[in-house]
Design a protein around this ligand. Structure first.
Ligand SMILES: Cc1cc2nc3c(=O)[nH]c(=O)nc-3n(C[C@H](O)[C@H](O)[C@H](O)COP(=O)(O)O)c2cc1C
Length: 200
């Protein structure tokens, strides 16, 4: 059947538009929470005094391929447990924001920020509040993880969520201090559920 030339041209233009649109759509960046989140845009920031939270942070680093960052306050805690608890209590009373040795110079490089901490006197250690205060998390995804003693995560996660971060806060992982060395399976399952497991 003979088609008028105008209809053939219109059909060609329409097909070109559909083709270009589909190509653009498939090249669109994936969302943060997608199964194949970009590990080069993941940061694992953690504070750890006695090493438990660091072990979990390293598991997360290995399993996601993200970048590790230790939150290091200028002032030391301790040397013993009781002194550290007294310092933590005083900082909490004063709502202190202890000075950090380093900060992240360009937070725009990251979309997903894991934030790890021990439970200190029922909430996050004040250096973690300093870290959260000093960076812009607007529009980002924050993934908390916590290690703790017998009182569990207590108010840590809720206190983080109450901050005006303007970020999406995903489900936290909490690990009892005696279990951190055997927590790999739990860390893996948690990351898989969130869609951040590298080999997923
Ligand atoms: C200053 C200080 C305060 C703590 N307060 C609590 C607490 O209130 N509740 C709790 O369950 N554990 C508490 N702990 C125990 C830690 O949360 C637990 O040992 C954690 O795994 C330590 O992590 P880290 O090794 O990464 O520092 C406290 C520990 C310290 C040093």
């Amino acid at each position: 059947m003979h088609r008028p030339k105008a209809i053939t041209s219109a059909l060609f233009v329409l097909l070109t538009v559909v083709f270009v649109f589909c190509g653009t759509a498939s090249a669109a960046p994936q969302s943060n929470s997608s199964k194949h989140a970009d590990s080069s845009r993941m940061l694992i920031a953690y504070f750890s005094l006695s090493g438990n939270t660091r072990l979990i942070a390293r598991d997360i680093q290995r399993m996601t391929g993200g970048e590790l960052f230790e939150i290091r306050p200028v002032r030391r805690y301790g040397p013993d447990f009781d002194t550290a608890v007294e310092q933590a209590r005083q900082e909490l009373r004063e709502q202190a924001r202890p000075k950090l040795k380093e900060t992240i110079s360009d937070m725009s490089r990251y979309d997903v920020i894991f934030v790890g901490f021990p439970n200190w006197v029922g909430t996050m250690p004040m250096p973690v509040f300093s870290f959260l205060d000093q960076h812009d998390f607007r529009g980002k995804t924050i993934v908390p993880f916590c290690t703790h003693g017998t009182s569990g995560p207590a108010n840590t996660i809720n206190d983080l969520k109450a901050l005006p971060l303007h970020a999406t806060v995903r489900n936290a992982l909490s690990v009892y201090r005696n279990d951190v060395r055997d927590a790999e399976g739990r860390v893996r399952a948690w990351l898989k559920e969130l869609g951040y497991l590298k080999e997923d």
